[in-house]
Design a protein around this ligand. Structure first.
Ligand code: THU
Length: 132
């Protein structure tokens, strides 16, 4: 991994500590890099009404988009699992919506990493081009 990718994973690792996950005890951190080099982070935020939970990836994207960001180059997702955890289906759709075919760095706390393209995680994605 390049240094700027290690930095992204580190940002995801730090924000993961702030996950609000008392129901699942499954903490997730995400860090999204903009084209201009800025990093937006997110952790999962759960609710006693379980279905209202928001994943780390979407929190990071909502934060960036609400600050006016429109161009993204890479996202890192970290969990405490042995096997690297990919984004859930809902997050794949949202990552595709705002980031298209970016690389996704999967990471865990043991410093294992793997980089996969969004087009691998969400082949034949539904997006705005079908709405024309
Ligand atoms: N979670 C994420 O934050 N991202 C994913 O891509 C998968 C799931 C969170 C949601 C919930 O708080 C916990 O992990 C268990 O599903």
């Amino acid at each position: 991994m390049e240094n700027f990718e290690k930095e992204l994973v580190e940002a995801a690792r730090e924000v993961r500590e702030r996950a609000f996950a008392p129901y699942s005890n499954f903490k997730v951190g995400a860090a999204l890099r903009t084209k201009s080099g800025k990093i937006y982070t997110g952790c999962n935020v759960e609710s006693a009404s379980y279905g209202l939970t928001v994943c780390a990836e979407r929190v990071a994207i909502w934060k960036a988009v609400s600050e006016g960001e429109t161009e993204f180059v890479e996202i890192a997702v970290i969990t405490g699992t042995e096997e690297l955890t990919p984004p859930c289906g809902a997050c794949r759709q949202i990552i595709w919506e705002f980031c298209h075919d970016i690389p996704v760095i999967l990471a865990n706390l043991k410093d294992d990493t793997e980089i996969v393209q969004m087009s691998e995680l969400l082949p034949r994605a539904f997006d705005t081009k079908f709405l024309k």
